[in-house]
Design a protein around this ligand. Structure first.
Ligand code: DNO
Length: 358
């Protein structure tokens, strides 16, 4: 396991590489070219510049989150093959710069969805939260406006204002795309990129849909064990893998997270570890990483990753906003640093106990 932190680049992130370097045990970052739109080419020069910046701070790029997939690819429209050709070019350039992990998602219109970005918890921290009631009461075109005021002046991934200005058109594009069609388009995309992934040993790691069910009537497919195993079998290549995100699969309380991890042995290339606290199955908020602060047993999650021999990067996921920090909701320094330290502690204890045969 390699402990990492997500970093959005010096132009966008309030957290610096120097700060990340000082979190005990964090050896790398997960990053991206944040200015790129889905369908844009990432040149070798741009990738190298990012890599040089990270390495100058004593860290490594352990993976990209994300090279975003265009709506043409997701909907299978006329431009799909052109966009796939550009995606392949991006992968080639990443491979040539010695980067071998790419996280992506296949969610229509909205990436992850939360209805509040600053719900106050009893300890005074603020967290991202979701209620189904709020989503059901909202016109999807107003979704962005309803949360934009709490973004702390940042541009949140998947919620870029230019993209949100086109929400109506995006909904039109997905008319007629049901779960089966979306799945088919995903398999088409993966089959097309597998040769370049094999050539450069690039592990693709699909991020689950968050929340793990349909929102605003849109299709959602990466939501449970059955569907993710179906995808693994449909393109049965180690380079077709998974980002195991406990906070996303965990939105559905029917998902048994440690069991899912075990069933995906050999195919989990990246892990996002975080905890949620549920008021009801459709009203939850993000908690501190510590098991007792939320609903999940984080020991069991980390133990399952250890047991399957997980060797990829792991990152603490969304943190609470604490100690007066002003940052992108979910992506401040302090609580993610606490999360990294806690996960490292769990890992060390599990590893030592296992080696001693306890
Ligand atoms: C949210 C993130 C997601 C994730 C993408 C992957 O904070 O976990 O935006 O990066 O879905 O493509």
């Amino acid at each position: 396991m390699k402990m990492t932190l997500r970093w959005y680049g010096s132009k966008y992130d309030t957290v610096t590489l120097e700060q990340i370097r000082q979190i005990p045990g964090v050896t790398g970052v997960i990053t991206m070219l944040y200015d790129k739109q889905p369908g844009d080419l990432w040149t070798r020069e741009e990738i190298r510049a990012l890599k040089n910046e990270v390495e100058a701070a004593g860290l490594r790029i352990e993976g990209i989150e994300s090279v975003n997939v265009s709506d043409a690819i997701k909907t299978g429209s006329a431009d799909r093959d052109k966009d796939i050709a550009t995606y392949i070019e991006c992968l080639k350039n990443l491979g040539e710069e010695d980067i071998h992990l790419v996280c992506y998602n296949f969610m229509p219109v909205f990436d992850w969805t939360r209805t509040e970005l600053a719900r106050k918890r009893a300890d005074g921290s603020t967290v991202l939260a979701y209620t189904q009631e709020a989503v059901d009461a909202l016109d999807p075109e107003k979704m962005f406006d309803s949360i934009a005021g709490d973004m702390n002046g940042t541009v949140m991934p998947g919620w870029e204002p230019e993209r949100m200005a086109k929400v109506k058109e995006l909904f039109e594009l997905y008319k007629g795309i049901d779960n089966e069609k979306l799945f088919e388009n995903l398999v088409y995309f993966l089959k097309a990129i597998m040769p370049v992934c094999n050539e450069y040993d690039i592990k693709m790691a699909i991020h689950p849909d968050d929340p793990a069910w349909s929102v605003f009537g849109l299709p959602r497919i990466i939501i449970n064990k059955e569907n993710i195993l179906r995808l693994m079998n449909a393109v049965d290549d180690v380079h077709n893998g998974v980002t195991f995100c406990s906070g996303s699969y965990g939105t559905n309380l029917n998902n048994d997270l440690p069991d899912m991890i075990r069933s995906l042995k050999g195919r989990i290339h990246f892990a996002h570890v975080r905890n949620l606290y549920f008021h009801s199955p459709t009203n939850f908020e993000e908690a501190a990483h510590l098991s007792s602060d939320g609903t999940f047993d984080m020991y069991e999650i980390v133990k399952a990753l250890y047991d399957i021999g997980f060797e990829g990067p792991i990152r603490p996921d969304h943190g609470r906003m604490i100690w007066g920090e002003v940052a992108m909701p979910g992506y401040g320094l302090y609580d993610r640093a606490l999360g990294a330290t806690y996960i490292n502690g769990l890992w060390e204890a599990i590893e030592k106990a296992s080696k001693r045969g306890i």
